[in-house]
Design a protein around this ligand. Structure first.
Ligand code: SF4
Ligand code: SF4
Length: 223
């Protein structure tokens, strides 16, 4: 169990380092587009059609059309690599699904057209209590508590049989077929995709940091 806690802590410090590197790399690329002699920040306000405004246009284009596409391509590669691993049928993901949304919130989201929420609700039902969820995967619940992650709701799938088989396997929905599609999600040691996650995690963290930085600049650069 200690390993689980230390891996979360490592992830946080690892992410900080990765974020700093990504930031330096993107800032460098922004600097390469800087007009000669312009001593200003790319988030400053510039007069229309000035060198500064032109710089901002080029930077936004670079963020959206170069870096974002690069991030997307690498993310697709990560998902393609996943096909080299297999589900070993441990059933943990059927028995314990977590969401930051309550059943009522998920229902509202589904009614507003959120396809993931609709699928999630078509599969999972909430646990009566956190203690029931704890029996399935105690390390995970403890880890959430240690990290003061209070806003989590616990669900399970009633189609899972006593012997941990899916009773409707042929008709299981897409979210079951795609799991795990987030390389940053926490997977149990028993999961057949754990090695995939461990191998690609540094790259996935780097891509995540780049997306955060791109969003920051897109919000801060006056348009
Ligand atoms: S539908 Fe089947 S595969 Fe999907 S969560 Fe339920 S038991 Fe698991
Ligand atoms: S946790 Fe991983 S190995 Fe276990 S059932 Fe889910 S996908 Fe399969």
């Amino acid at each position: 169990m200690n390993e689980l806690y230390s891996s979360i802590e490592n992830l946080r410090s690892e992410y900080r380092e990765i974020f700093k590197k990504s930031l330096a790399e993107i800032a460098n690329r922004i600097d390469e587009l800087r007009p000669d002699g312009l001593d200003a920040d790319v988030t400053d306000k510039f007069p229309v059609n000035s060198d500064g405004a032109l710089w901002q246009t080029k930077v936004l284009d670079m963020l959206e059309n170069d870096i974002s596409k690069e991030v997307y391509r690498k993310y697709k590669e990560i998902l393609a690599y996943r096909s080299q691993f297999k589900c070993v049928g441990c059933a943990t993901c059927c028995n314990l699904a977590c969401s930051e949304f309550s059943p009522v919130e998920l229902k509202q989201k589904a009614e507003n057209g959120d396809n993931f929420a609709a699928q999630f609700l078509s599969v999972f039902v909430p646990y009566a209590s956190k203690e029931d969820a704890r029996k399935v995967y105690p390390e995970y619940i403890k880890m959430l508590e240690e990290n003061k992650e209070d806003n989590v709701y616990f669900y399970h799938c009633p189609k899972l049989t006593e012997d941990k088989r899916c009773s409707d396997y042929e008709n299981r929905p897409q979210i079951c077929r795609d799991f795990p599609d987030n390389p940053l999600s926490i997977l149990p040691k028993s999961c057949g995709y754990k090695q995939w996650k461990d191998e690609i995690e540094p790259l996935a963290l780097m891509l995540h940091s780049m997306v955060e930085i791109i969003e920051y600049y897109k919000e801060k650069i006056p348009q």
